[in-house]
Design a protein around this ligand. Structure first.
Ligand code: 5AD
Ligand code: SF4
Length: 475
């Protein structure tokens, strides 16, 4: 097996800093031409990993002299960081590109860029080259660290700049990052996925698993904490297999122990856990930790053994339930959430009943339910027995109802309790309320002043409204 390097590539880092200076001179030129600072807009589709990548894109754009636009229509540079996990994400991008084209007709200096998972698909690139000629820059998931350099190429050419890599063994961190929240941050601990679940396109667009050096992760978190961060989310497609291909292998549980020691850090979250790789050591570390949040996202995908096998998930329903039992025995107050797919090739309504049975037994605090989407190039796309839409809909509705019922029951259990919440932002509907996040990832709204944002406060969960609470601060 190919050995990937885990260390930060310092040489590449200084090269990119060089390109940032050059890109800045182009942005200055544009500012002169416009008589104001140019505005940029980074739009994210998809998961937390993409959200983190977008903070990196925004970091570079700010560094070279752009200012954030209120909305896309005002921007002089728009970048879509795309997702391709389901086809509806792709369709949304095409739809919005049509809108951007109409803006560009009135504002020819508008630059449009596309990056992220969808761009790793050859058919997408062909389609954009043919039907969306007005796009200025396209790159993929493996060369995002070259963003500054790619911007320079874009400014120096009138043609569409396209640079897609099939893979990379480079890790380039420590470029500027523009964090969305001052008090919490995602941190990539690994990239890619080796699991090849038969429905999933991620291993094809994000490449093989590469773990970052643990020392560099710790240093990054220490820097974030010094900068005011109290909560971190460790990110990877399958964090439970973190560290397996490092020169000196480290387990995810060992990494968590190190992160726990960082002074000033108050909360630790992580995403996503594959059930087949969740170790007893991890359960122990979570149980004994004062900082790791009482929340585990544990995608089950399906409840029928036949479907699980066809999905290549490498666990059975019984094994999954046993794992949940072990977790709940160690941590009775833990919230468990999941992802479920309905309509995988060959899935019958009886199979969906098995999934519903899992939902009832596990009592998920929340479940993200998806309709199976056929992704070209995955083994499942070639399967003959695709499920008729009507059957999928029926199974999906029934499952959704079960998910909502159990989630409501779970939420009701905490009513009247006093728990710690991280104050995150002003409530969107009512400006007198603040929104806080509990350790179990649920939201609570309560009266408090804005200067408590970023603080941990004790909140009484007075009323449960199904999926969130209202309450009051008790400290
Ligand atoms: N169709 C529907 N849902 C999918 N997911 C991944 N691939 C597909 C697909 N082809 C879901 C899985 C995964 C989540 C991030 O997206 O449930 O856990
Ligand atoms: Fe996709 Fe499976 Fe990897 Fe998750 S673990 S990213 S579902 S292949």
């Amino acid at each position: 097996m190919r050995q990937y390097t885990s260390k930060n590539d310092e040489q590449e880092l200084s090269l990119q800093k060089e390109y940032m200076r050059k890109a800045a001179s182009y942005v200055d030129g544009l500012a002169e031409q416009l008589g104001r600072r140019p505005l940029c807009c980074v739009t994210t589709f998809g998961c937390q990993m993409n959200a983190r990548d977008s903070e990196k894109l925004a970091g570079i754009l700010m560094q070279i002299g752009y200012e954030p636009a209120e909305n896309e229509a005002d921007a002089d540079f728009v970048i879509y960081n795309t997702c391709t996990v389901r086809d509806n994400a792709n369709q949304r991008v095409y739809g919005r590109l049509g809108f951007l084209n109409s803006i560009k007709k009135k504002k020819p200096h508008l630059k449009i860029a596309l990056c992220g998972c969808m761009m790793q698909e050859a058919a997408v690139i062909e389609k954009i080259k043919k039907s969306y000629r007005f796009v200025d820059l396209i790159f993929g998931t493996h060369n995002i660290f070259k963003f500054a350099q790619l911007l320079v190429t874009m400014f120096e050419n009138t043609d569409m700049t396209v640079d897609i890599w099939q893979e990379t063994d480079q890790i380039v961190e420590e470029l500027p990052v523009n964090r969305k929240y001052p008090y919490k941050s995602g941190i990539n601990i690994m990239f890619g996925c080796n699991n090849f679940c038969s429905y999933c396109i991620v291993p094809y667009v994000r490449g093989r698993e590469r773990s970052r050096d643990p020392k560099e992760i710790i240093q990054e978190i220490e820097r974030l904490v010094a900068d005011g961060v109290v909560e971190v989310m460790l990110l990877g497609q399958n964090v439970n297999s973190y560290g397996k291909n490092l020169d000196v292998p480290v387990t995810f549980a060992q990494l968590l122990r190190e992160v726990e020691r960082i002074e000033g850090l108050r909360r630790i979250r992580f995403m996503t856990s594959h059930p087949k790789d969740l170790s007893d050591e991890l359960i122990e570390v979570m149980r004994d930790s004062a900082k790791i949040c009482r929340h585990l996202h544990l995608p089950v995908q399906a409840g029928s053994d036949r479907i699980l096998q066809a999905m290549n998930r490498r666990y059975t329903k019984a094994q999954y339930l046993q794992l949940v039992d072990k977790i709940r025995t160690a941590m009775p107050d833990i919230a468990i959430t999941t992802d479920i797919i309905v309509g995988f090739p060959g899935e019958t309504l009886e199979d969906v009943e098995e999934t519903i049975d899992v939902v009832r037994r596990v009592q998920y605090d929340n479940a993200y339910t998806f309709i199976y989407s056929k992704r070209t190039g995955t083994p499942a796309a070639a399967m003959q027995n695709q499920v008729p839409e009507e059957v999928v809909r029926q199974g999906f509705d029934k499952l959704l109802k079960a998910v909502q019922d159990t989630a409501k029951e779970r939420a009701a259990l905490l009513q009247g309790k006093v728990l710690e919440a991280l104050v995150e932002e002003v409530n969107e509907q009512d400006g007198t309320l603040m929104t806080g996040r509990l350790s179990n990832n649920m939201l609570v709204h309560f009266p408090a002043s804005q200067n408590r944002i970023g603080q941990l406060v004790k909140v009484s969960l007075d009323t449960c409204h199904g999926f969130y609470y209202t309450g009051h601060v008790v400290d």
